[in-house]
Design a binder for this molecule. Sequence first.
Ligand code: NDP
Length: 476
Amino acid sequence: MDWQYAPAPESAALANLKPTYRPFVDGEFVDGGGEPLKTLNPATEEVLAEVGTASPEDVDRAVAAARRAYEQVWGPMPGTERAKYLYRIARVVAERARELAVLETLDNGKPIRESRDVDVPTASAHLFHHAGWADKLGYAGLGPDPRPVGVVGAVIPWNFPLLMAAWKIGPALACGNTIVLKPAETTPLTALVLAEIAADAGLPPGVLNVLPGAGDVGAAVVGHDGLDKVAFTGSTDVGKEIQRRLAGTGRRLTLELGGKAANIVYDDAPLDQAVDGVVDGIFFNQGHVCCAGSRLLVQESIEQEFMELLRARIETLRVGDPLDKNTDVGAINSRPQLDKIVDLAAAGDAEGAQRWTSSCPLPERGLFFPPTVFSGVEQTMRVAREEIFGPVLSVLTFRTPDEAIAKANNTPYGLSAGIWTEKGSKALWTSQRVRAGVVWTNTFNRFDPTAPFGGYRESGFGREGGRVGLEAYLDA
Ligand code: NDP
């Protein structure tokens, strides 16, 4: 039977979109001194809103406000009191979940199913989790009286705008620090609504400052000498630049950068589950995921069977209107990102990999790229080495577990990995040998605020989340 899904669009009106948004400094929305930017809906390329951006003077003001708030209010405040604000913010995020999900989908292009079921609930969970730590820091195994580090500068990317904001704000504030946050140029809206929520929750002025703008604002924030710590999530190139800039300053730094994760499927794996895990690993959030399972390593003896199942499953993915609740793969966040995906896929063709593309029709307008699989991939090819950050899977094969490990680790990155096997001992053996900060077994892309997340090598350093993640925000 040919099943057709009737459209099930979520209403864009739920986003309460405003024509203009402004930077949030010292507890108020202010006219930023920078050139305003227009944020687009990548599914239509229409302008969603005009957003004021920060000038270098605004960055100075925000850092000074954060310093004042740290010294006079937030730093000295008992953890039990700080927790109340964080709980309030987490609760309001949950209460306004539907609005935030629609806004995120409009600004980012991700399917509403994902913003509704993953981004917003996980952001709220992250804030709740850290609210719980605020009065228990002495029991975190970091000494009896760990102190905050001071003023934090945080720069975040466009792939999980609200969630990344929560990942930075939650631990920073719970530990008694104040923060200056720069959201990505193409996705500033939910971070600014989060600022509004914080203000409504009565968060003292200066504790949280949100400065929209492009990379130059990010550079002004992370390079500011009024900071005590920098937390960056984004590309490896920018991460390296920041590390060079901070070297010798004594300021603390955590970097969460790119990845090229191996998703290893052994011949004894439950194949249907593994197929779904591989699909989720690379097509979740259009593949705009630092920990995406972008390299499938499948055991040679099951390659043919597995690839047939995989292609059949990918054929069922619906690419289209991100606001439609039936959509599996939404829009690519920006034109430059789409160009990058197109270029890297062309490099796959040129280097001799075989391209297979889902026959799912693409919308006539907007920024879309079809789910794509490259097989016959060699380890030296660009599609095996570089982060494509799009819905493109590269397939390699292996014969023995040792070969799987060698290939999995043959990457400059080390953020995540997946293992699919029925055998617990094999899963443990593999996970002990894969050099990746996060290893999932018989699942993929699970995010939990209690579990630390972070990488090795060019994927960065430092951990975010859980008890371990507190370390980066405390002087123990
Ligand atoms: P960037 O690293 O450029 O962007 C991340 C954040 O850093 C954004 O807020 C950006 O601002 C800001 N930024 C840019 N330049 C500087 C600078 N010199 N100093 C401080 N902050 C800066 O990533 P892109 O968005 O350009 O994406 C490029 C590639 O990076 C992607 O194709 C993907 O491969 C990878 N990437 C990886 C991510 C991950 O989570 N690992 C996340 C995002 C991208 P603005 O957006 O305004 O330029």
